[in-house]
Write a protein that binds this ligand. Structure first.
Ligand code: ZN
Ligand code: ZN
Length: 192
């Protein structure tokens, strides 16, 4: 949705408030599609501070469904995002793209609300999502969700991360010192 801001430019100091329904139903990125639910309308307060410079203050309140990093079950994330943007309407579109380093949400006197919201979601999307802190994830051999079931796979043999840890132990001599300890104990037993 585009909103026309030409009223704001009539005089410096003018303030306008907007409440705009969010049309986007999913947030689509290179990494996937994330459904947006329970969307409250975007609250915007835009001020013509001076000399065709706008200050945009916004509030987003919505839920985004993101798969758990470990078990891939969908997780509901409540996002409450307060943001501020400064826009210099004197700048050319090229200058604005460069300055904002993102999609140009201002186009002449029009504000592209979807692009503005998209940019905020990119910046504020949670980096780490877990269904619960102690999520056990899924077995990487049989795909069982280990929160609900245990499987018979010998994970230690298959998980490459485990062999890396074993290598570190071997190199640091921890494993060998343990084995020499036990062999010493065995020798003592033999002496008795
Ligand atoms: Zn999980
Ligand atoms: Zn398994």
């Amino acid at each position: 949705m585009q909103i026309n801001l030409s009223e704001l430019f009539v005089c410096e100091g003018k303030v306008m408030q907007y409440e705009i329904p969010i049309e986007m139903d999913e947030f689509v990125t290179a990494s996937g599609k994330y459904p947006l639910t329970e969307k409250k309308p975007l609250q915007l307060m835009i001020t013509h501070s001076k000399n065709r410079n706008l200050k945009i203050c916004g509030n987003l309140d919505l839920h985004m469904t993101i798969p758990c990093d470990r078990c891939l079950e969908p997780v509901d994330n409540h996002l409450q995002i307060a943001f501020e943007r400064d826009v210099d309407a004197n700048a050319t579109e090229e200058e604005r793209i460069e300055a904002l380093d993102e999609q140009p949400y201002m186009n002449g006197y029009n504000l592209d609300v979807d692009l503005l919201v998209y940019g905020e979601l990119v910046v504020n999307m949670p980096m780490k999502v877990l269904c619960r802190n102690d999520c056990k994830g899924i077995c990487n051999r049989c795909g069982a969700n280990l929160n609900y079931e245990t499987c018979a796979c010998d994970v230690t043999e298959l998980d490459p991360r485990m062999s890396v840890i074993r290598d570190i132990f071997n190199q640091s001599g921890i494993v060998s010192s343990h084995s020499s300890e036990s062999s010493r104990r065995k020798q003592k037993k033999k002496k008795k």
